[in-house]
Design a protein around this ligand. Structure first.
Ligand code: FVH
Length: 294
């Protein structure tokens, strides 16, 4: 469905914080947008900007070929779509609801059963970042469906197609969120340690952000080692890191800061050492993660 301006008309199901941001970004790029939300009052700001509010999800879905869904979880998604699934044949569903890779597979199978083209997606930002070209929107599923709708999906952020397996977007999304939480907690732990000396978070973070750039270079080096399955200990060995983390444990304990995170990190280093990686690079810790009981 194209509007007079040639832009694809889009239906957005779910107008929570994220769904509202998605619809707003599409309106910003002059797409015609039909919206539906379980609680219709949330649509008002979008209606004020020209969106059309449908009375039911079925009416919203019937309005356009492309349907973007962003609700709380997959139970909510199927709860919305199942009652009129038979009428969706020939439509494209881009599901930006967060889920597991297995749920991505389940939704793709559901879509195939009902003759619906399906892309699974992962949004790598919070609502204020939606619509900016710097943020990544991860997609997986049919490359042809992605290519067809890419110009519209560009309104939301930088669309990245990870592959045909529909579970890939959720797989990457989960892994990347794990990276985010681990980074947050490492940063917060350090902020608490230096904060005990009355150093402000802003001052510490300025140095920490520069350190993260160096760490990202280490990650690049270690990724190549992981792919090769070889961990030359020619920069800093696991043995050296085990000795070094004790300084952090000591500094935190002396300042009354919780040490659960560095204890966990040290435990994974010790497991890698026990598996014979003491003289290997830090990347070899992945072997301990791959063999939790080993
Ligand atoms: N907010 C964020 O920063 C993150 C960024 C990454 C992706 N997530 C995922 O996006 C999904 C929606 O998250 P949200 O932030 O929009 O969440 P809420 O503001 O709480 O809105 C939830 C919407 O879901 C609707 N909903 C909930 N249950 C049902 C149901 N049983 N039937 C129909 N709709 C349902 C809810 O409707 P209402 O409460 O307004 O009536 C909202 O539209 C989520 O997967 C994040 O993980 C966001």
């Amino acid at each position: 469905t194209s509007s007079a301006n040639g832009k694809q008309a889009v239906t957005v199901l779910g107008l929570g914080n994220m769904g509202s941001a998605l619809a707003a970004a599409l309106l910003d790029r002059d797409h015609e947008v039909t919206v539906w939300n379980r609680t219709p009052g949330k649509a008002q700001p979008l209606v004020d900007r020209g969106a059309r509010l449908a009375a039911t999800p079925q009416e919203a879905a019937a309005s356009n070929q492309l349907i973007i869904a962003c609700v709380l979880d997959y139970d909510a998604l199927f709860g919305v779509l199942d009652p009129f699934a038979a009428s969706l044949a020939g439509k494209t569903l881009v599901n930006l609801t967060s889920g597991s890779p297995e749920q991505g597979h389940e939704a793709a199978a559901w879509a195939e059963k009902h003759g619906v083209d399906y892309l699974d997606g992962g949004i790598m930002t919070t609502p204020p970042g939606v619509g900016t070209p710097e943020v990544m929107f991860l997609y997986s599923g049919s490359p042809a469906v992605f290519a067809t709708h890419r110009p519209t999906l560009e309104a939301l952020g930088d669309p990245i197609h990870l592959g045909e397996d529909p579970g890939l977007a959720s797989l990457y999304d989960s892994a990347l969120l794990g990276l985010m939480w681990a980074t947050f907690n490492g940063w917060l732990h350090g902020t608490a340690v230096v904060g005990a000396e009355k150093i402000e978070a802003k001052a510490y973070t300025e140095v920490a952000l520069r350190w993260l750039k160096t760490v990202s270079v280490f990650m690049d080096t270690y990724a190549a080692q992981i792919d090769a399955g070889e961990y030359p200990g020619d920069d800093a060995t696991v043995d050296v890191q085990i000795a070094t983390i004790d300084h952090l444990l000591h500094a935190a304990e002396a300042r009354g800061v919780d040490n659960a995170l560095p204890e966990l990190l040290k435990a994974s280093m010790l497991r890698a050492k026990a598996q014979g990686h003491g003289q290997d690079s830090y990347a070899s810790v992945i072997e301990a993660l791959r063999k939790p009981g080993g």
